[in-house]
Design a protein around this ligand. Structure first.
Ligand SMILES: O=P(O)(O)OC[C@H]1O[C@H](O)[C@H](O)[C@@H](O)[C@@H]1O
Length: 539
């Protein structure tokens, strides 16, 4: 378990920051759970948010209960594990299961196509973990309602198929008790994005087949170092991140190409973006991107080479990054445990759902793509719109592509049966909205990020609205074919209506801040993606 440096400037800045932090007594105070480290305004919240430091020990108490759930699911032949949870309630299990090669279907979407794909997959052998700390997250509540009904319609008792993970006293706890769903209560002193080693990380991962006790062992092996001033990987990483950001290197390129751990950057993205991106400051995580060599970026590599190199097994990585984020938060002068700007888009969404989505006229229609947003005004076609967006990025800014689409639809593209892997990869990439990221990144020297909506709303969404105001936004929405939408039982809206209201709700919050933003709406999703990628190639 080491943090090392491949860049002298980063190493020197980190060493000097470690010196200051040690003089201030930070490592011992943080390891002991001192809630005063982020100033008086953050102290009350911090006092209820430092439970993650204890999880390598306290989560062991959950293991017998988890083992019972796993044994029961195995005995009943339930081998399709679905996790309904947003942000901190699903990002860690996704990494844990990808790394352990344990199949897990993560539902952190309101896309009707993506939800239908999960519903149509082995319902008779499905067990659903409904995970929400607050117990009030609309996406997760919708998934629970949809699965509950689907099980009933199939003559299956949902009480045998839905497992709830939530905080004590949440509305979801009451729902679970009423419905008779098995319930695992999580530690309420752990915030969502710090909950990887809590019931939120462990229950779905164990059901999917991952060895969660090993994760706790890995985390425990670093826990003892966290009070130290020397040889403390969390302190070194936090000092490096905080010092780099203070020196203007606030774009954090996350690389994991050489690592055996799959997908950790997506988890780090939420932790760092939501914890630091507020009060006009913050560190912008950039995932899946090559470094550009710009002065404001710093590369952190998981088990590989970069300015900052973090080598540790997965359980320890979780704890090291959490501790580092708390340290960097102190250096940035913010409260790393709140998310003050997440609620605004949610409120906009609720208002749009109640009042109905307003009918707007597109400023431009280019084939199967409608374009909305004032910035698009002067452009004559889609590549003109994209050019305008790239030009609008400030010298220290970034472009964020935000796609409210089905994350897996590219895999539906027809391919010849005997296609070789590279042919398949090429065909999938040509149908994948995420391909827009590298295409546009090749046309600017500024970072380009990509987020699936509404998933990103629980992650980088906080940074977009609360962090430094230098982002430019390209939002993508898509039409839902007739008959493909899904009703949310007991609610007056469909998933498709919720998805569009979420997109528009966040768009409104970005525009209100004066950020350059364009929404492109694909009236035919498949043709629209092809058209969009072609337009990006012409920029
Ligand atoms: O677990 P839940 O309460 O459903 O919350 C899920 C997510 O919701 C919010 O958007 C928070 O900003 C995230 O930090 C959190 O992880």
């Amino acid at each position: 378990m080491t943090v090392s440096f491949g860049d002298e400037t980063a190493a020197e800045a980190a060493a000097s920051a470690v010196g200051t932090l040690v003089r201030e007594g930070v490592p011992a105070a943080l390891a002991a759970g001192d809630a005063s480290l982020w100033g008086p305004e953050a102290a009350d919240e911090a006092a209820r948010r430092l439970g993650w430091l204890r999880l390598p020990e306290t989560s062991r108490e959950l293991l017998p209960e988890i083992t019972r759930l796993v044994e029961r699911a195995r005995a009943e032949g339930l081998d399709h594990v679905v996790l309904a949870g947003m942000g901190g309630s699903s990002l860690a299990p996704e990494v844990i299961c990808d790394t352990a090669d344990a199949p897990l279907t993560v539902l952190d979407t309101t896309d009707p196509g993506q939800v239908r794909r999960a519903l149509e997959d082995r319902l008779d052998r499905t067990i659903v973990v409904v995970a929400s700390k607050s117990g009030g997250t609309v996406e997760t509540d919708s998934h629970r309602r949809i699965y509950d009904k689907a099980f009933r319609d199939a003559g299956i008792d949902p009480a045998g198929r839905i497992v709830v993970v939530t905080d004590p006293g949440s509305p979801l706890e009451a729902v679970a008790r009423e419905a008779g769903y098995p319930l695992v209560l999580a530690d309420p002193d752990v915030g969502g994005r710090y909950s990887a080693l809590s019931a939120f990380g462990l229950v779905p991962s164990a059901l999917a087949g991952a060895d969660v006790e090993r994760l706790l062992d890995e985390a425990a092996s670093v826990r003892g170092l966290l009070a130290e001033g020397e040889g403390n990987p969390g302190l070194e990483l936090g000092a490096a991140l905080g010092a780099a950001a203070a020196a203007g290197r606030d774009k954090l390129i996350l690389e994991d190409g050489l690592s055996q751990i799959n997908g950790l950057p997506d988890w780090i993205e939420q932790l760092v973006a939501e914890s630091t991106g507020k009060s006009g400051t913050g560190i912008l995580p950039v995932v899946d991107a090559d470094p550009t060599g710009a002065d404001d970026e710093i590369v952190a590599s998981i088990d590989g080479e970069g300015a900052i190199e973090v080598s540790a097994p997965l359980g320890a990585q979780f704890l090291i990054w959490e501790y580092a984020t708390a340290v960097a938060g102190r250096m940035l002068g913010i409260n790393p445990f709140d998310q003050p700007n997440v609620a605004e888009s949610k409120e906009n969404t609720a208002a749009l759902l109640a009042a109905g989505v307003p009918q707007e006229k597109p400023v431009l229609v280019d084939g199967p793509v409608e374009v909305y947003g004032e910035l698009a005004g002067p452009a004559h076609d889609l590549s003109g719109v994209l050019t305008g967006l790239l030009k609008a990025i400030p010298d220290d800014g970034y472009l964020a592509i935000l796609a409210f689409l089905d994350r897996w639809s590219a895999f539906d593209v027809p391919t010849p049966e005997d296609a070789a892997l590279d042919e398949l990869t090429e065909a999938w990439a040509a149908a994948d909205p995420a391909t827009l990221r590298p295409l546009l990144a090749a046309r600017t020297d500024r970072p380009v990020t990509f987020g699936w909506g509404p998933r990103y709303l629980h992650s980088t969404g906080q940074f977009h609205k609360g962090g430094p105001q230098y982002g430019v936004f390209l939002q993508i929405t898509g039409a839902i074919p007739d008959g493909a939408d899904i009703e949310v039982p007991g609610k007056p809206y469909t998933l498709g209506a919720l998805q569009l209201a979420q997109a528009l709700g966040d768009f409104g919050a970005l525009v209100k801040r004066g950020r350059p933003a364009v929404r492109v709406h694909l009236t035919d999703r498949v043709a629209g993606v092809t058209h969009l990628l072609a337009a990006a190639r012409q920029v």
